[in-house]
Design a protein. Structure first.
Length: 209
């Protein structure tokens, strides 16, 4: 128990050290989601057409969506979790080491989250308490681990140029502060179960209507 408490303390400390990039990533997500939501609810044809194309393509190509269409919701959740953790967050976390690179991708991803606030018939997911709760909670559950993971990468990038005191020690490959990399791994330790929880909720929730 003492060991677990120590590791949890280290994870909390890592998140605290990376709080500024984590919060800025979360802020970009939130603003972009709001913009996308306003566009589709305002009847913007560009956003609505892109939403339809995106969802249509996902139904044919996305492994999680394909599993869901077959009624294999648990398998869909597992595949969605793996995709978010490995394909979705890792490249953005690595891009974060260049500090500004992930922000445009984060904005795009957030905008996508906003434009899917309408159904296939373009009716709003917010017009029903249960579907609104499902949609909003799904967004929150996804934004939190993505913000942690990507913000952790940005924190490493910042440490290359303006290292905080904890990051002024040993360096990996003579470039990356080892403690900043350790913090990124600790943050991923927190983000990973949150990614899994988000996928379970998205694909197993009975509120998805």
């Amino acid at each position: 128990m003492q060991r677990i408490a120590h590791e949890m303390s280290k994870i909390a400390q890592a998140i605290y050290r990376a709080r500024l990039p984590i919060l800025t990533i979360a802020g970009v997500y939130a603003v972009a989601i709001f913009v996308g939501l306003l566009m589709v609810h305002g009847g913007n044809s560009l956003a609505l057409d892109y939403r339809d194309k995106l969802v249509g393509d996902a139904a044919k190509r996305d492994p999680a969506a394909i599993e869901r269409s077959r009624g294999n919701n648990l398998s869909a959740a597992v595949k969605d979790f793996a995709g978010n953790l490995i394909i979705g967050s890792v490249p953005k976390a690595i891009m974060g080491m260049a500090v500004i690179l992930p922000y445009p991708w984060v904005a795009y991803q957030g905008w996508i989250g906003g434009i899917v606030s309408v159904r296939g018939d373009h009716s709003s997911r917010l017009n029903n308490p249960r579907s609104a709760a499902y949609y909003l909670l799904t967004l929150v559950l996804q934004i939190v681990p993505y913000s942690l993971a990507v913000g952790g990468g940005v924190n490493v990038g910042i440490s290359l140029f303006r290292p905080a005191k904890p990051y002024q020690g040993e360096k990996f490959a003579r470039i990356f502060p080892k403690e900043a990399l350790r913090d990124l791994l600790r943050i991923y330790a927190a983000a990973t179960p949150l990614f899994f929880l988000a996928s379970l909720w998205e694909f197993l929730s009975p509120w998805n209507i």
